[in-house]
Write a protein that binds this ligand. Sequence first.
Ligand SMILES: CC(C)(COP(=O)(O)OP(=O)(O)OC[C@H]1O[C@@H](n2cnc3c(N)ncnc32)[C@H](O)[C@@H]1OP(=O)(O)O)[C@@H](O)C(=O)NCCC(=O)NCCS
Length: 195
Amino acid sequence: MTGMPAAGAASAGTAPTATTASVRPAGEDDVPAIQAIYGHHVIHGSGSFELVPPERDEMARRRAEIVGKGMPYLVAEQDGRVVGFAYAAPYRPRAAYRYTVEDSVYVAPDAIGGGVGTVLLAALIETCTAMGFRQMVAVIGDSENRGSIRLHEKAGFTDAGTLKAVGYKFDRWVDSVTMQRTLGAGGKTQPPAGG
Ligand SMILES: CC(C)(COP(=O)(O)OP(=O)(O)OC[C@H]1O[C@@H](n2cnc3c(N)ncnc32)[C@H](O)[C@@H]1OP(=O)(O)O)[C@@H](O)C(=O)NCCC(=O)NCCS
């Protein structure tokens, strides 16, 4: 996956894009760029239900927690700059959910609409499928979040329901949209013995 060119993302079932971004695992050194991207979307967008951008140490702690669980935390790099990040986390902590992951994707404001989200999500899907996970869930802040809804549709996610007005941000009630995509055999086959 390291340095995987954007065109490789097509193997996860999405159309190739024109972006020149490459995807690689995120390191500790990427945390300042990740924090800047996420902080922007916390302040200006309703995709995240956080109201205050986390400090750098907190973003480092979150990345380490994901990586410590053996889960993928990726960045997209373009012209030597981190222009987006994506990670998969356990969907819910209780054990029966152990084959289901939740994805998160964030792209730098000046790179939005350029295909970076598509290659990040494709890489995440490919990695999680190879790891044996069976379902990926997106919990998308705001039913008006057309960028994220389209990104997920394009990657094979379908609508799994909308919770109405469960958030309140920027002086308005905000919905939470759930979308879901099968990974690998999904629910069609049993997990490996002992799983
Ligand atoms: C959602 C997000 C990650 C998408 O990343 P991106 O790099 O802009 O996405 P891409 O350029 O790969 O585009 C993916 C698809 O979404 C469409 N799209 C992107 N932004 C859009 C928008 N604002 N409105 C409508 N469609 C949009 C693109 O046109 C493309 O579809 P197409 O190929 O049919 O034209 C990015 O917009 C973002 O960081 N948003 C804010 C944070 C957020 O909401 N993250 C998701 C949390 S679950």
